[in-house]
Design a protein around this ligand. Structure first.
Ligand SMILES: [Zn+2]
Length: 311
């Protein structure tokens, strides 16, 4: 079980499952050949070169609050993806074994409302979906809720079984995308993957960390921020947000904790001095195609900087 200390704040990872079978569907650009050519990606791919995705919750403990960020897939839920359908996992046992009591969680924070981020918001009790964290405020970004109230869902009745019961129980709180949750924790708008997607910024005693959410699914997107996933609702906006995020955080002592990164899960964004010439060419070709459309594209045109995760 991985834990990180950021000043007076502790972040603990509770893993529900890890999978390499989703990768080719989610990020078809991340071929085994490309992944195996990049040595620093080794912990994040399997022996066949397929990208590994970890489904985990992150529990933030501040001096005053215990906050669960993202609640994975959940049990007993009807899902169109066979491996997630009617799952019977031991997430809650792992959660308890890590020393956390569901009834003592103060806040649940969903970075967005996709199937693998809201699942344990609820559990099935005598045929009804009830909040797993019965005494928590569940925070959702206003824009995210506005979107999913009308948008069609890909994986099954996720909103119906994992979000609406939270509203029905009176535990949902709609907040702005830059909402200050407590002294140490603030939301940071990172739209694109979904319209109301947020990342989570932690500051304590001069130390900082950011929980990515699905703004970056896999560390290979730090090297290739232009690789949007098939799950990104708006692939262009998702890529722009990644570019801006990498520029903002590169070279700073701010721990980046990945919501789907396999172990070691966290690291620092740094310029990649081994960036291959071929990749720079790819990048400059892309920049030419986009040149003049926005200040960000202009920057790309002038720079061949690429990044990696230093862990
Ligand atoms: Zn996800």
């Amino acid at each position: 079980m991985l834990k990180w200390q950021i000043g007076d704040v502790t972040v603990t990872q509770i893993v529900e499952l890890t999978t390499a079978s989703l990768g080719p569907h989610l990020l078809p650009q991340a071929t085994p050949e490309r992944m195996q050519a990049v040595p620093w990606l080794a912990p994040f791919i399997d022996e066949s070169g397929r990208i590994i995705l970890s489904m985990h919750a992150l529990v933030i403990q501040t001096p005053t609050q215990t906050i669960v960020v993202d609640t994975c897939i959940g049990n007993d839920k009807e899902r169109s993806y066979p491996r997630w359908n009617m799952m019977q996992g031991d997430f809650l046992q792992r959660f308890a074994a890590a020393g956390f009591a569901a009834e003592k969680i103060d806040t649940v924070l969903c970075t967005h409302m996709h199937v693998d981020h809201v699942g344990w918001n609820t559990r099935l009790v005598e045929g009804a979906w009830v909040p797993t964290f019965a005494n928590a405020d569940y925070l959702f970004a206003q824009e995210e809720w506005a979107y999913w109230r009308t948008e069609e869902q890909e994986y099954g009745p996720v909103i119906e079984d994992s979000v609406e019961p939270i509203f029905a129980a009176g535990l949902a709180k709609l907040v702005a995308s830059n909402h200050q949750v407590c002294a140490e924790v603030q939301l940071e708008a990172t739209p694109g993957h979904t319209p109301g997607h947020v990342s989570v910024h932690i500051t304590s005693n001069g130390e900082e960390a950011v929980i990515t959410g699905d703004m970056i699914h896999h560390p290979c997107q730090i090297a290739h921020p232009d690789w949007s996933t098939t799950a990104d609702e708006n692939q262009t906006n998702a890529a722009t947000t990644r570019d801006l995020f990498l520029e903002k955080y590169a070279g700073r002592p701010i721990l980046i904790i990945g919501t789907h990164f396999a172990a070691p899960t966290a690291g620092y964004i740094v310029a990649d001095s081994n960036w291959k010439e071929k990749s720079s060419k790819e990048k400059s070709l892309k920049a030419k195609g986009l040149a003049g459309k926005s200040p960000l594209d202009q920057n790309e045109n002038n720079s061949a900087v690429s990044y990696r995760l230093d862990y």
